[in-house]
Design a protein around this ligand. Structure first.
Ligand code: NAD
Length: 442
């Protein structure tokens, strides 16, 4: 199959590289000249484990190409995947569909022969109808179908998720489009990946419902963690006790500083707006959004409290900045709100992230000292805080960390450490929802 992927970001690049690896001929298009230049020179503009190797091998096999010329990608294609961003619209929280609609118009001008235009971007219910209308308006003669195929991959595990998905959702009722999409995903059918064919609107809504549900699960356990702290219970055991129930499942029950990232915050916000527009408000997800927003800054207060209530002039070492490990993505990362809260309270901040430093500098640069490794970060600090659970932090020599610091306060916002080890190394310990844990040796 000949496939064009429009948008070479996290989703577009993984999609393009994986489709090429299935044996398809893939052309990835992006409007960002630096991205295309870098990809053509063998670079990869984002950090995603295994992606560089997958791109290199498929470029070498002549199955994967990059360009800025949309027409070059679209004209011969059997399927064109739209994978551009759908960020929150400034001011009202609706999904900003301007990139998707621009691509729809650009594609329309170039269509030749029957083509399936697939929205892989996360788009509100009904967007496919508008994409179809825009293409039809520009090119009344074009032979095409607009299908929905939302992407469920997780950054940091994107290639595995794409190649071994829990399910593939395809929204089209057109038999011709169904045939093309079946061919595109044939290697995964052979692996017996569950595939759900449904109508376009249902497919679009499925993606938002899934993300909003996961965001709700995280927010639920975070509130239970707060209660554990007050009531003297341990949220990790509560989560385990809940998660062993097959009806609940253990995933997304890790208490922490609140969800962030490129998807959950904006998708929850967009679903709230959609619900309001349709007169079917989602009161549960409205609460989820509010609770989560407040939580991120509350984590700043938690650190201040751990430092004795006054952080002015004290130094906080932040370990991890990205919204989760194994990505360089800083979009809506809790570290942003935490840094802001600490700065507002007069703290000095030192920070380190294994791969997110370049992205972090763009959003939290002012007044933050970026360090080259965890040990340099904690040097002279009063408080050390784990913000993102990168593996490298799990293996830190806590006694060495303690020796480098001015005061011995450790705040573990991801519950990565065994509190006993932390206390044994001489720290005062604060975790999340570990109400029964002794916090210091004294
Ligand atoms: N990142 C994730 O983990 C993830 C997971 C599932 C779904 N999604 C969804 O996938 C979509 C893309 O997300 P992302 O994280 O890959 O975004 P991204 O910002 O990393 O990438 C989007 C790319 O599109 C390019 N672009 C914008 N306008 C263009 C145009 N007119 N023509 C060609 N290229 C254009 C941008 O330059 C950018 O490289 C979003 O709707 C997102 O919600 C993301």
């Amino acid at each position: 199959m000949k496939i064009a992927v429009i948008g070479a970001g996290y989703v577009g690049l993984v999609t393009g590289a994986c489709f090429a690896d299935f044996g398809h001929e893939v052309r990835c298009i992006d409007t960002d000249p630096r991205k295309i230049e870098s990809l053509r020179n063998g670079g990869v503009p984002i950090y995603e484990p295994g992606l560089a190797e997958l791109i290199a091998s498929n470029v070498a096999a002549d199955r994967l190409k990059f360009d800025m010329d949309l027409g070059w990608g679209v004209r011969d294609a059997d399927a064109v995947f739209i994978a551009v961003g759908t960020p929150s619209r400034r001011g009202d929280g609706h999904a900003d569909l301007s990139y998707v609609y621009q691509v729809a118009k650009d594609i329309a001008a170039e269509l030749q022969g029957y083509t399936v235009v697939v929205t892989k971007s996360t788009v509100p219910v009904g967007t496919g109808d508008e994409v179809e209308r825009l293409i039809r308006e520009t090119r009344p003669d074009a032979d095409f179908t607009v299908a929905s195929n939302p992407e469920f991959l997780r950054e940091g595990a994107a290639i595995g998720d794409f190649k071994r998905p829990d399910r593939i959702v395809i929204g089209t009722t057109d038999p011709r489009a169904r045939e093309v999409m079946s061919e595109v995903y044939r290697p995964l059918f052979l692996n017996q990946a569950p595939i759900l064919f449904t109508d376009r609107r249902t497919s679009e809504l499925t993606k938002y419902a899934a993300n909003a549900f996961l965001a709700t699960k995280i927010t639920f356990i975070n509130e239970i963690a707060d209660l554990c702290e007050e009531a003297g219970a341990n949220v990790q055991d509560v989560a385990r006790g809940m998660g062993l129930d097959n009806r609940i499942g253990s995933k997304f029950l890790h208490a922490g500083p609140g969800f962030g990232g490129s998807c959950f915050p904006k998708d929850v916000s967009a679903l709230i707006k959609t619900g309001q527009d349709y007169g079917a408000p989602g009161r549960i997800i409205e609460a989820v959004a509010n609770v989560n927003d407040q939580r991120k800054r509350a984590m700043g207060r938690k650190i201040i409290q751990a430092a004795g209530g006054d952080i002015r002039g004290k130094t906080v070492a932040l370990l991890g900045l990205t919204f989760k490990p194994n990505t360089d993505d800083m979009r809506d990362a809790p570290s942003i709100a935490i840094t802001r809260a600490l700065k507002d309270a007069g703290a000095n901040i030192r920070a380190f992230d294994p791969v997110g430093m370049e992205q972090a500098r763009k959003v939290i640069d002012e007044g933050v000292v970026f360090c080259k490794d965890p040990y340099e970060t904690v040097a002279g600090a009063d408080v050390v805080t784990v913000v993102t659970e990168w593996d490298v932090f799990r293996a830190l020599d806590l006694t060495r960390v303690r020796g480098l610091m001015k005061s011995a306060i450790l705040v573990d916002l991801r519950n990565v450490y065994n509190p006993t080890d932390v206390i044994k190394a001489g720290f005062t310990y604060t975790g999340v929802g570990r109400g029964q844990v002794k916090t210091s040796a004294a």
